[in-house]
Design a protein around this ligand. Structure first.
Ligand code: ZN
Length: 130
């Protein structure tokens, strides 16, 4: 397993980690298989989205801000919205590896979605042969 360390700068932020994931896949010995990307946190999540137009990420973050439910959160840490979104998005991605490389659609990139930064985060990457 490879561990990527990422430092976020804002409370909510999308960080493109595609090149780090690609590096981890390239350093492995899997020609054909899958790459599992796991975020071991409860207030951050991995996701695949577009990286061509930064406005897509801006829109996603703006939409998340509007989606915080109007309820009385009981969790005393004050970051229940971050826990909610991380739980809904999920902690892991399974991505294809072919020819020894991570394979994504033309407009796709792998992001770490920070939901309660700034913090230091880890992303765990495991490649499995098909
Ligand atoms: Zn909390």
């Amino acid at each position: 397993m490879d561990v990527i360390e990422v430092a976020s700068q804002h409370r909510r932020q999308l960080i493109d980690i595609t090149s780090f994931v690609q590096q981890a896949v390239g350093a492995g010995e899997v020609e054909e298989g899958i790459c599992h990307v796991f975020v071991p946190h409860t207030t951050a999540a991995p996701l695949v989205s577009e990286n061509a137009d930064p406005a897509v990420g801006d829109d996603l973050l703006a939409a998340l801000a509007k989606m915080v439910p109007d309820i009385r959160f009981r969790h005393a840490e004050g970051n229940s919205d971050a826990h909610l979104f991380a739980a809904l998005i999920g902690p892991g991605l399974v991505l294809p590896v072919s020819g020894g490389e991570l394979v994504l659609g033309r407009w796709q990139a792998v992001f770490l979605l920070e939901l309660d930064g700034p913090r230091r985060r880890e992303v765990w990457i495991t490649c499995l042969r098909a």
